[in-house]
Design a protein around this ligand. Structure first.
Ligand code: TEU
Ligand code: CA
Length: 545
């Protein structure tokens, strides 16, 4: 019998994200698989995480590594079988770890039987499952451009119509205005609830209420009505966690998404913080330096505006983002110190932390020649920007800084061949720094980034102030220090981070002179913070009886 989870369990939890293709291969085909995840459940239990967000494992032609689903209720055979999936749910549960499935409800694969049927005739009952517009093959309905490049419209000759796709042409958008589509999706979600999963991550969920005629993709007019229906019909059990990917979220919208009454979702992934080093008006490929006061202002707003009336997710990494130690830390001279600082900074905040595979090892970005990359998004960018005349070295610099394959290089388990990821040829090259950066070395080193995360996860479970404390930003104008407190009636936390590679003067506030130092990435502490030095203090508030 799988464990029953209470509503709100996720507020004390840390959720680990697995990209299955890159986690562990067990049959030598160079691609990670479900038995490979099973092999490392004890490693994850030792880290102390509470649930695994599993990127899509469903039947898929893999145009977008599984975010193009051909059958929501079948497993991509290269990853394993439905029995493997049921076994993973059971074995994870035995270790107190829930499985969170990744649901792609905005679109399917063009190989899905619904789309195949929809293309046979305009009279097919499945035709309305997708978004079609009449026209002629030479003129798309409008000039909307897809996230992976090219028009958001593709001509389908069998029915002489254009269909809408916000991503690749192989990912036709579902028509959420169709009640039949919504009921099919709710029924599918219940299939996974009945399998005993702990919840769901909802891919681009703020894009489902699209209105192409008004060129609306995100935050469409019916979005929250659809989310309330989804919650009522599919997320009936209070213990189910739901986290929506919402690139267009701001704190006001997030209060709706994560309303404490459970009317929509548990929380969302918002991306305002992680876009602060994108050039204004540019794309993510146009990198500018991060301004720390921008980050402090952004995270402070999210902390204060959701406190008591919503719930934050907390992350630096995922399978679409470059590795944070390379992005905002120093992955050469201060890799361990800066990775720990970023961890301490994030884990002192209010919300549910998401730990992306390899982040606990401070795995880094990689620089490959263009012909070794796999990701459809970056390959299309390369094609489009070279065609537009960008110098190749500029395009490669963008890809090395922001390409999604930075996060998808195989997990580095040990210093053996292919970092212990596969006995075959890895589908994407292993980062050559695996000899120094790997789980085996981290487990053996009490001062590793792994053990820093392990301690943070344990501290968040032990002290209520991590869950409930009110956030206050200190040193707001500093471009070097990120300092904040969390406070309840009984406890006070102080998080002090030197966000730079330079020594920075800092004197503890009087209130913390006798506080307990819970955790730091250095062993000696003075009034000068060392490069990337971070400290986590806690003080109990004594009340006069
Ligand atoms: O990502 C949504 C999305 O917009 C990002 O991929 C964005 O395009 C960019 O990559 C951010 O750096 C979700 C999934 O997380 C992603 O892996 C899928 O490719 C995409 O939706 C389509 O399902
Ligand atoms: Ca395999």
């Amino acid at each position: 019998m799988l464990q029953k989870r209470e509503r709100g369990w996720w507020k004390k939890a840390v959720i680990y994200q697995i990209y299955p293709k890159s986690f562990q291969d067990t049959n030598g085909d160079g691609i990670g698989d479900l038995p490979g995840i099973l092999q490392h459940l004890d490693y994850l239990a030792e880290l102390g995480i509470d649930a695994i967000w599993l990127c899509p494992v469903y039947a898929s032609p893999q145009v977008d590594n599984g975010y193009d689903i051909a059958d929501y209720e079948d497993i991509w055979p290269v990853l394993g079988t439905m029995e493997d999936m049921e076994n993973l749910i059971r074995e994870a549960d035995r270790r107190g770890i829930g499985i969170i499935m990744d649901l792609v409800l905005n679109h399917t694969s063009n190989q899905h039987r619904w789309f195949q049927a929809a293309c046979t005739s305009r009279d097919s009952p499945y035709h309305d499952y997708y978004v079609w517009r009449d026209g002629t093959p030479d003129t798309p309905p409008n000039d909307m451009m897809a996230c992976f490049g090219g028009s958001m419209w593709t001509w389908e000759p069998h029915v002489q119509q254009w269909y809408f796709h916000q991503f690749a042409p192989e990912q036709p958008d579902l028509n959420w205005d169709s009640p039949a589509v919504r009921q099919e999706l709710y029924h599918m979600i219940r299939f996974w609830v009945d399998k005993g999963v702990a919840g769901f991550r909802l891919d681009v969920i703020d894009q489902i209420a699209k209105d192409p005629d008004r060129k609306i993709t995100g935050n469409g007019p019916k979005l929250h009505a659809y989310l309330r229906e989804l919650s009522r019909e599919a997320f009936r059990e209070e213990g189910l966690v739901s986290v929506g990917e919402a690139w267009g979220a701001d704190p006001e919208r997030a209060r709706l998404y994560s309303a404490p009454d459970g009317s929509e979702l548990s929380m969302v992934f918002q991306f305002q913080h992680i876009c602060l080093d994108n050039a204004p008006g540019g794309e993510k490929w146009d990198v500018i330096p991060l301004k720390l006061t921008d980050l402090k202002r952004c995270l402070s707003r999210w902390q204060t505006e959701l406190h008591g009336c919503g719930w934050n997710s907390l992350f630096w990494n995922n399978h679409d983002l470059p590795r944070i130690v390379s992005r905002w830390g120093d992955d050469r001279r201060y890799r361990v110190e800066s990775a720990k600082m970023l961890a301490i900074l994030l884990y002192g905040l209010e919300g549910t932390p998401y730990l992306y595979q390899g982040e606990e090892l401070a795995m880094t970005n990689i620089q490959l020649p263009i012909d070794q990359y796999q990701d459809v998004e970056l390959l299309n960018l390369y094609r489009d920007r070279i065609a537009a005349g960008y110098p190749e070295e500029d395009v490669m610099r963008s890809i090395w800084a922001r390409g999604r394959d930075n996060a998808r290089t195989p997990m580095q388990w040990n210093a053996g061949p292919n970092a212990g990821f596969t006995e075959g040829t890895p589908w994407l090259p292993v980062n050559p720094n695996y000899r120094e950066i790997n789980a085996e070395a981290a487990l053996a080193d009490p001062n590793s980034v792994f053990h820093c995360y392990q301690k943070l996860i344990a501290l968040r479970k032990r002290y209520p102030v991590f869950q409930d404390g009110t956030f206050t930003l200190l040193e707001p104008d500093s471009e070097s220090l990120f300092v904040y407190t969390r406070e309840t009636a009984d406890e006070l936390l102080l998080v002090v981070c030197n966000f730079t590679g330079n020594p920075e003067p800092y004197s503890l506030p009087d209130a913390f002179q006798r506080a307990e130092l819970l955790l730091s990435n250095y062993t000696t502490h003075t009034d000068i913070l060392q490069p990337y030095e971070a400290r986590l203090y806690r003080k109990e508030e004594y009340h006069a009886i």
